[in-house]
Design a protein around this ligand. Structure first.
Ligand code: ATP
Ligand code: CA
Ligand code: CA
Length: 432
């Protein structure tokens, strides 16, 4: 189950990094939000602001340890994006408060990226490679235009792009995005579908040890699964998927997948949600865990610097520890509030299965196109060459963006057909 992570507390190796990420986000987001709203300009898409945080610790946490540099990219663009995605600005900051450090999913993919959940599991922080970062900045205008035109996109909702660097440390790029899976519902099965079959398998024999593992295309086909959308929802879904894939093809992006979480209403929540949600780090009631924040932020003008340092201290001081049960019981409603505006996230945070006659089905699907910052040019050409030597050319996963997208659309459209439609035009089963 994706929701369970390792808590990132002070003993965790990545605590400082996580702490810096959150502090940087909160500082830069509140700095932008404090200003009067205005229209975006072309320059906003290329904007970047750099900050130096000099933090002095208390006797528990020696000084210098928390010094870091933070870069905020296109703050106004992301402010507008968050508004388009109907996020409440105060709520966003609350979710990302460093008083409750995140839980870490570690590195589930092969890419080495790290994933962190916000304390309420609404948001995911994903560290990204420099190449992905560069690509995202390059396509930001197109991404923004796409969101503007199709607010119901299935592509990941991005809320921020930042970089953190600790002294003598690496530069770490990361994005903040939506967690597709809801905090209040068990996800009984997860699939990561690309439309490719070569190597796209989670070994079934390992399912016993890890019953909630993310399954892949071959596992899906073997189970002969199909989406039950009913005619109306089906055409909405297919249409949107095609528009999204067309954008990714145009931007020469590939390697993305459709992430599918399935909640079975007849099974409900078998696991104790509350226990799981409480796994996040909670500071002692005396608040002692937080280092005594004493910040100096280096910005171009001394005056602005002083004002910002004061602002930040106020933000941090205001964040009194919130009793956990209060915040968890509030969570589901809040989630529904902002997601109900979006077709594919409006049935309890997801898209409810529907029978052909329009009556509601037994499952809720949580769907989205994820991992969409890989440019064909970066790594895949070499991979294509090597894999192409030994395998069927159209089935290997690193194929160029055009055929990649076509294959993706074909596969997903195929598994959206009803049983009757499938019987009429049976699916190829040569790879099973
Ligand atoms: P690779 O490049 O090897 O595929 P990656 O590090 O780029 O891996 P992703 O493909 O983005 O990672 O995601 C890996 C897994 O993390 C997904 O299969 C899914 O289980 C989970 N995940 C990623 N994004 C989300 C999201 N927005 N909501 C919920 N879960 C997610
Ligand atoms: Ca992936
Ligand atoms: Ca990836």
């Amino acid at each position: 189950r994706v929701v369970v992570g390792t808590k990132v507390d002070m003993n965790h190796v990545n605590w400082v990094t996580a702490y810096n990420m959150l502090t940087g986000i909160r500082f830069t987001v509140s700095r932008t939000n404090a200003k009067m709203d205005r229209k975006l300009t072309d320059a906003d898409f290329d904007a970047k602001n750099k900050f130096s945080f000099d933090i002095t610790g208390n006797e528990l946490t020696p000084s210098a340890k928390y010094d870091f540099k933070f870069k905020d990219y296109a703050p106004w663009v992301f402010r507008h994006l968050r508004a388009k995605f109907m996020l409440d600005p105060a709520d966003y900051l609350m979710s990302l408060t460093s008083k409750y450090i995140l839980s870490e999913l570690g590195s589930p993919g092969k890419s080495g990226s790290f994933f962190y959940f916000s304390r309420d599991y609404k948001y995911i922080i994903k560290t990204i490679h420099h190449a992905e970062h560069k690509l995202f900045r390059k396509i930001l205008r197109e991404y923004y235009a796409h969101i503007e035109r199709y607010p119901n996109t299935l592509i990941s909702q991005f809320y921020g792009l930042h970089r953190v660097k600790i002294p003598y440390g690496r530069k770490i790029h990361f994005v903040v995005m939506n967690n597709l899976f809801p905090p209040h519902r068990d996800i009984h099965q997860t699939f990561d579908l690309k439309g490719s079959t070569i190597g796209r398998e989670f070994k079934e024999e390992l399912l016993k040890e890890n019953p909630r593992a993310t399954l892949k295309d071959l596992n899906w086909l073997r189970r002969n699964y199909h989406f039950e959308f009913g005619p109306t929802k089906k055409s909405l879904f297919i249409e949107q998927m095609k528009r999204d894939v067309a954008l990714l093809q145009r931007l020469k992006i590939m390697d993305y997948s459709l992430l599918v979480g399935i909640h079975d209403l007849s099974r409900g929540n078998e696991e104790n949600l509350r226990d799981r949600t409480l796994q996040v780090f909670q500071p002692g009631s005396d608040g002692n865990v937080d280092p005594q924040i004493n910040m100096l932020i280096r910005t171009p003008s001394k005056l602005e610097n002083q004002r910002q340092a004061k602002q930040l201290r106020q933000i941090i001081r205001k964040e009194k520890p919130v009793p956990m049960d209060k915040s968890t019981s509030k969570m589901p409603d809040e989630l529904l509030e902002e997601r109900k505006h979006f077709i594919f996230y409006s049935d309890d945070g997801g898209f409810r299965a529907t029978h052909e006659d329009g009556s509601p089905g037994e499952e809720i699907y949580y769907l989205g196109i994820i991992d969409c910052l890989t440019h064909y040019g970066f790594v895949k050409r070499a991979e294509n060459f090597w894999k192409g030597l030994s395998n069927n050319k159209s089935q290997i996963s690193p194929i160029p963006p055009e055929p990649y997208g076509d294959r993706f659309v074909n596969f997903i459209s195929g598994v959206t057909k009803t049983k009757e439609e499938q019987e009429r035009e049976p699916q190829s089963s040569e790879h099973l």
